[in-house]
Design a protein around this ligand. Structure first.
Ligand SMILES: [Zn+2]
Length: 214
């Protein structure tokens, strides 16, 4: 069983994704990371991807699906995948569902649910360490990074306007995908407004029927 993870910006999806992958033995598929890997691997697909990226164009959904297929073919036997950040639109969902069917893979969705006001609050108040890139939530009140003592800064892409654009894209494009998976009875849901560790406990609970947490 594979897992497809959904969550608005600020939901803590990245952290939970790492924890789920580690405890359930899943291999993470994250489009940006795959593009960077393929861009330097010299395969036919890699050369194609590199050309698209260097031309400054967006990677078309069809090519993203080729990349997913390539990733699935390279997964060790019996290993399951954790998709982070895909599919994020109806067009992608259609092709993704077709691909998973063709590849004979079954999957569940997992939504880390967060209200829009809470997402805005978290994104506008979080800070980052410029040295080690650790993100600190508003609840962390010290001025400096607990790992290396650097003075924390606000991320440049966390301006109110930029946050608005990212959330609107999610609401407009990705929420219909979530709704469709809910209708299909494929979606597991946890409340993302709790603390990071509490959310992990809830995730462990909802995954229990389909995934082994070790
Ligand atoms: Zn740091």
């Amino acid at each position: 069983m594979d897992l497809v993870l959904f969550g608005m910006q600020g939901s803590g999806k990245g952290t939970q994704s790492q924890r789920i992958a580690e405890h359930c033995g899943l291999q993470i598929f994250e489009t940006g990371a795959e593009l960077r890997r393929l861009g330097s691997d010299g395969s036919d697909l890699g050369i194609k991807v590199k050309g698209i990226i260097e031309s400054g164009r967006l990677v078309p959904t069809e090519v993203v699906m080729e990349i997913i297929a390539d990733f699935l073919h390279k997964l060790p036997a019996g290993k399951s995948a954790l998709f982070d950040g895909i599919p994020r639109s109806d067009d992608q969902k259609k092709l993704f569902d077709e691909l998973m069917l063709k590849e004979g893979r079954s999957f569940k969705g997992l939504l880390i649910e967060l209200s829009e006001p809470e997402a805005v609050k978290r994104l506008t108040t979080r800070r980052m360490c410029p040295a080690c890139k650790t993100i600190y939530p508003a609840a962390y009140t010290a001025e400096t990074c607990e790992k290396d003592g650097s003075t924390l800064i606000t991320r440049q892409d966390d301006t109110p306007d930029a946050i608005r654009v990212r959330l609107d894209t999610f609401l407009e494009k990705t929420v219909p995908v979530l709704e469709a998976y809910k209708t299909d009875g494929k979606m597991l849901i946890v409340n993302g407004e709790k603390s990071i560790d509490e959310v992990t406990v809830d995730i462990q609970e909802v995954l229990k029927a389909d995934f082994q947490w070790a």
